[in-house]
Design a protein around this ligand. Sequence first.
Ligand code: SF4
Ligand code: SF4
Length: 123
Amino acid sequence: MFKKIGYLLLSMFIVFKHLFKRPVTLEYPEKKNIPPENFRGKPVVENCLGCGICLRVCPSGAITIDRENKLYKIDLKKCIFCGNCAYYCPHSAVKMSKEYELGVDNRENLVLSYPMGGADERN
Ligand code: SF4
Ligand code: SF4
């Protein structure tokens, strides 16, 4: 009997203790989380020279280079946000942005397409 009352008081104490603490969650989407400095969000590409190094280090085969249309494409359905493309790009053309709201209403919109800005044509 005393044991049960003890448990009851303990559980009430825990509930009241948390009533006055700040919540660990945010009222998303009204309030948004600020990602840390080393966060790896949506990869953004600018002034790619088409050397092809990132294609070799991408573990999921998410990157394609359309040389005919001079487009650099990243398929977010395959991308695992490892950051290898940004890390190994010798021209610092890829940056892992802090953007994390990547939901779309059409699968085709998950393929990011960036204009290429260089003349290096190696494969
Ligand atoms: S972040 Fe990783 S998985 Fe995504 S495109 Fe770059 S190398 Fe590929
Ligand atoms: S310049 Fe950078 S982003 Fe462009 S293909 Fe080479 S490694 Fe990839």
